[in-house]
Design a binder for this molecule. Structure first.
Ligand SMILES: [Zn+2]
Length: 353
């Protein structure tokens, strides 16, 4: 069968390669995985059809839905052949042990795929090996599974506006986000190989989403092909990430009204996926502070948009925008960002009026 020789092409110190499901994987939790897998692991399981489905899970160690859904699938097909081969990359097992997104001495496992600015990192070397192996297997599609910390609907993210990519995302959820930044993410790297999607499964601990994600994977395992024509416009909503909002490192913030540079709305994450008008408030800035939220452009070759104003100490939007992934989670804010701003687009990438 296709896959690795006993020695493997890949040094085991960096990347473990397996052709069989270790027994513990049917039952253990994400935080226990380190007891059974001594590092990032690529699992290649055989199936009836030729073209494999590629899944990545636990690129962020505290986002467990991918692993929980995988366990449901592994148990469902135990002692049965998969309809098509399944290649699974189980990413940051060390961070999963600590139940955290990324360890402080690591590069974020979803910022170091080919195209990353962190080219010389050891994490980038691992992801480059995984990518080239998966490419050699001619995958049918790629799905990277995540959770987020704020209140968000479930949605799929794509890096190409092509029918197969839109279909792949739409099979998971109606809301589809197209993005070009940040760089070095799995779905952007895989997009040059096959239809690829990042699925955002909401907050962990909602058990229905584990089943829903397993059902999505099962559907892809059994799908003959992805349609090459666009779904009808009422079947999906396409959004583009235009800005990334960061808190400056030296700025303090609170959500409970405590004095800080930025006193943000306690219900900030309720704004996610709502269309906000110019003037919508994200919170207030301390009258003595001159600090500004950092706005990065999420669109290639475009300068950051002048999208936030500070009027009478209020932090307000200057134009219509739809937030995503706004979070109240201090860790997520400090290690990644406060959230994103999006606009609605058509399938050619043009903003909708
Ligand atoms: Zn994530």
């Amino acid at each position: 069968m296709k896959g690795f020789s006993d020695e493997g092409d890949i040094p085991r110190r960096d990347l473990i390669s397996l052709n069989k499901v270790p027994e513990a994987l049917y039952t253990c939790t994400a935080t226990e995985l380190w007891q059974h897998l001594n590092g990032p692991t690529l699992l290649h399981l055989s199936g009836k059809e030729d073209t494999p489905l590629f899944l990545t899970i636990l690129l962020h160690g505290n986002e467990h839905t991918g692993f929980e859904a995988l366990k449901l699938i592994l148990n469902r097909y135990r002692n049965k052949q998969f309809p098509r081969p399944l290649i699974i990359f189980i990413g940051n097992i060390a961070a999963a042990k600590a139940n955290t997104r990324t360890l402080s001495n690591q590069i974020d496992f979803n910022r170091c795929w080919p195209g990353t600015p962190h080219k010389t990192s050891k994490e980038a070397a691992i992801m480059a090996k995984v990518t080239s192996y998966v490419q050699s297997q001619r995958p049918f599609a790629s799905v990277d599974i995540h959770n987020n910390t704020g209140k968000n609907p479930h949605y799929g993210c794509i890096n190409r506006l092509e029918p197969a990519y839109i279909h792949l995302a739409k099979l998971f959820a109606k809301d589809i986000v197209y993005f070009e930044r940040p760089l070095g993410v799995q779905s952007a790297a895989l997009a040059s190989i096959c239809p690829a999607v990042t699925i955002e499964c909401g907050r962990i601990g909602e058990s229905a989403i584990n089943e829903e994600t397993a059902a999505y994977i099962d559907r892809l395992l059994n799908l003959k092909e992805l349609p090459t024509n666009l779904p009808s416009p009422d079947e999906f909503t396409l959004l583009q990430t235009i800005s990334i909002i960061k808190l400056p490192e030296d700025a303090s913030f609170s959500f409970n009204g405590t004095a800080a540079d930025f006193i943000l709305r306690p219900d900030l994450d309720e704004l996610n996926f709502q269309k906000l008008s110019p003037g919508a408030s994200l919170g207030v800035r301390c009258s003595k502070s001159q600090k500004q939220l950092e706005i990065l452009s999420a669109i290639q070759d475009q300068p950051p948009q002048d999208i936030i104003e500070y009027k009478d100490n209020e932090v307000r939007l200057k134009q219509t925008a739809i937030p995503a992934m706004l979070t109240l989670d201090t860790n997520a804010i400090r290690s990644d960002c406060l959230g994103y701003l999006m606009q609605e687009i058509n399938e050619r990438g043009a903003p909708l009026k």
